[in-house]
Design a binder for this molecule. Structure first.
Ligand code: AMP
Ligand code: ZN
Length: 508
């Protein structure tokens, strides 16, 4: 039996108990990135909170299948079908083809997505893979009378719906209607201001790079249609949870519901999970604002991506979160303190201590039969010293926290409670490991990798600074300086290595 689970359902404007269609099983759809630029740390906040939701559901006994799209066509610079195609703008900016842009930024996205401890969705589907499915849905909507052709495009006719603004209260509906009436941008082909494009034809952009044959002329799909189709392709006619950032509520998710339910003839998705934005001091972070702060940039500056995850998990997903380097620096200190506490726990257990020392030595000497972190984890999981009653008590509290509208900050408080608790090291470590199924902070892995225990703090500051200077030199293509910094470090007994997870250093 799965644990009772509740979260805020935007459709009901309230925290609701989650009841999936099939007992214990969850089908979930996530709006993926538009791959015309790097995903900034705000976008990644959204994916971290979704990852926490999935893992919390799994912790509570649900089996989750998750599908995500990659938007590589059709998303215009305004979500309301006006402006330029974002992918085309990216290609022009970088003098590359649209597919090169899509490929490059998809890879960059997943590098950062993985680095913050996220689990990949079960299915990842680029929009350009599904053109026949889009055409089929548009054809059906035309046949059913929910769509019309005008000015070369196919539009969804929102006047055919009794309730178009499904996410809004009565007052908000009034305000939205006024907002739409006052909208200055006018598409004269639309019958109603709220109508949206299902299929663009060549009438919109002559220089559109990606276009396909369709019954309505050569063209390309609108942005909203892709999520409806990709979700149905892999999850069928019903989904339990649809996720996105709050900016997706209107018009994107509103339009997804309009077309999906008109096409299917029944309710499509019962629960809508929206996470709030990350802002910097200047306001909402945005890809189109110029310099993009990414997880990779944080890494280049010497921050561990999991510290950023820790930063996100400390606040509630429904609240806006302000980013600053001061707060991130405090998070680094808090994270390192946790690692040290876990290290001390490992050191207090004879078996684990021996294993962990072997682990560190093997790593330093790159021994062929390296003691894997997995071996230490196995020892923690199988330890006979764990007090099962205490473990169960804390695990229940943890499940209560994460199932209560995804209270991740409470989950972290419980982690501190465990470390302070009046119980033995084996039990504490077993709980740190258990909580990590949701938190994914890898404290044990970091404790095993931590070779800074006896290092002089001044040397540590120097190493971090040198790594930053080297990254800056490499960025400026000044490889001579970068190499000189590497040699300077070597002369001080510090070896650095560039790895997929960033720059790693060891004392030699
Ligand atoms: P995009 O690639 O622009 O389609 O956005 C990818 C995801 O990031 C979407 O679910 C957005 O809702 C979300 N998002 C966009 N801006 C922010 C932000 N500043 N903070 C958090 N999430 C965001
Ligand atoms: Zn979507």
């Amino acid at each position: 039996m799965a644990h009772k689970f509740s979260f805020y359902n935007t459709l009901k404007r309230d925290v609701e108990e989650f009841i999936p269609r099939e007992d214990g099983k969850v089908s979930m759809y996530t709006c993926g990135p538009t791959v015309y630029h790097f995903a900034h740390i705000g976008n990644i906040r959204t994916y971290i909170m979704q990852d926490a939701l999935i893992k919390a559901l799994e912790y509570c006994g649900y089996d989750v299948k998750r599908v995500m799209n990659i938007t590589d066509v059709g998303h215009l610079s305004s979500d309301a079908d006006t402006g330029e195609d974002k992918m085309l703008a990216g290609a022009k900016r970088e003098h590359k083809t649209v597919m090169e842009i899509a490929d490059f930024y998809t890879k960059a996205f997943f590098k950062d997505f993985d680095a913050v401890g996220n689990k990949r969705p079960d299915v990842i589907e680029p929009a350009t893979n599904c053109i026949p499915e889009f055409i089929h849905m548009v054809e059906t909507l035309l046949e059913k009378g929910y769509a019309y052709v005008a000015g070369g495009n196919v539009y969804f006719d929102t006047s055919k719906l009794e309730d178009y603004y499904v996410f809004s209260s009565a007052i908000e509906k009034e305000q939205l209607a006024v907002g739409v009436r006052d909208d200055v941008e006018e598409d004269t082909a639309k019958k109603n201001k709220t109508d949206f494009v299902l299929w663009f034809t060549k009438s919109k952009f002559e220089d559109q790079a990606l276009k396909w044959d369709s019954p309505w002329g050569v063209g390309y799909p609108g942005w909203h249609i892709e999520c409806s189709c990709i979700s149905m392709k892999h999850l069928g006619e019903f989904i339990d949870i649809h996720c996105g950032g709050v900016d997706n509520i209107f018009p994107h998710h509103t339009n997804e519901i309009a077309q999906s339910e008109s096409y299917l003839g029944h309710e499509w998705c019962k629960y809508w999970f929206h996470s709030n934005h990350l802002n910097d001091r200047a306001g909402k972070m945005s890809k189109s604002k110029g310099a993009v702060l990414t997880v990779s940039v944080l890494q280049e500056k010497g921050y561990d991506p999991l510290v950023y995850r820790f930063f996100c998990l400390q606040s509630h997903y429904r609240k806006p979160l302000e980013f600053s380097f001061e707060v991130l620096d405090n998070t680094v200190t808090a994270y390192n303190n946790l690692v040290k506490k876990v290290e001390a726990l490992i050191a207090s257990d004879e078996t684990l201590k021996a294993l962990s020392e072997k682990c560190k030595q093997d790593k330093a000497s790159e021994a062929a039969e390296a003691t894997d972190v997995a071996q230490v984890l196995e020892a923690i999981r199988n330890s006979a010293d764990v007090d099962q009653n205490v473990k169960k008590e804390f695990e229940d509290k943890f499940a209560d926290a994460v199932s209560n509208d995804l209270n991740t900050s409470m989950a972290i408080t419980l982690l501190y409670d465990v470390l302070k608790a009046d119980t033995n090291a084996a039990t504490k470590l077993a709980l740190v490991d258990s909580f990590d199924k949701v938190l994914s902070l890898d404290l044990i892995g970091h404790a095993l990798a931590d070779d800074s225990a006896d290092i002089d703090p001044e040397l540590e500051v120097y190493i971090k600074d040198a790594i930053e200077r080297r990254a800056a030199a490499k960025k400026a293509k000044d490889f001579a300086t970068a190499d000189a910094i590497r040699d300077e470090l070597l002369a001080k007994g510090v070896e650095i290595k560039d790895t997929r997870e960033g720059v790693k250093w060891t004392l030699i």
